[in-house]
Design a protein around this ligand. Sequence first.
Ligand code: SF4
Length: 328
Amino acid sequence: MGQTTEKPPLRVLLANPRGFCAGVDRAVETVERALAMHGAPVYVRHEIVHNARVCDGLRAKGAVFVEELDEVPAGSTVVFSAHGVARRVEEEAADAGHEVIDATCPLVARVHIGGRRYVADGRHLILIGHRGHAEVEGTLGQIDGPVSVVANRAEVEALDFPPDARMAYVTQTTLSVSDTEGIIDAIMARWPDTQGPDTRDICFATHNRQQAVRDLASEADLVIVVGARNSSNSNRLVEIAEGEGCRAFLLPTPEELSKDQLDGVGCLVVTAGASAPEILVRETLARLAGWHDVTVEERDGVREDVTFRLPREVEDDYPPSRLAVGVK
Ligand code: SF4
């Protein structure tokens, strides 16, 4: 009697949209263009996006990632990451004579502008976000005056301002929509004279990826989010799936997926955070197919046709984009 080689069936629902957003596309292309125009090395302050595969690919082409500018020789070409930087960093770069190419996502820059406007209007600003995250640290450093950072309702309750204080809030772009609404409600309940952005600062890409997971989680036994451990928006996708009652985990690299994580799973959702390239999704599917007879269903979702203009320093002298923008 020979051994059976039949693999158990597995339905895979591919969420849409998933993976790279317009801001990440822009940031990666900015570094590639900077390398083509200036040659290596091009210094990049902070991981250009929170994904090791993306950063390793750029490193192989000559990008050098640094956390602070004191690691960069004077007069270098420096790219600021999509997360944005504090004004202090901009000033340091100017003092050192660096050629700066700012790949801060325009939606992050919009938060900076909004925050400055509220502070100039004499309001105390609350930044809803996670202290220590690169975007939050950059936003704090772009706004003159004290800013309170809160990540949950309890931290709102702990703030010490009188009920008639003039308050305002902005948010990190990659939070969970529902968590943020609860925090905003808590702020408004304590300080009725609070202003916030007309449209929430949570960006369209974050919102769309979260909605896609919310729509699919109830159909599946498991949600796999391809994304780095330090990727805020990827972590929020895991939380959203769990909030829908579905088991979920983050998968930083396809190699970390093990067969026993699929025990009892007949249907799973695969999605990817805004900084995770599609190749990681494809490799994850290939790994699943090694153990299971996989049927893949590419699910419809919101089509994203947003593109951001490249930083002007890299707009010309380079072939048109080789990086598709939008739904992948
Ligand atoms: Fe910009 Fe949103 Fe992408 Fe962040 S997730 S880089 S804010 S488009």
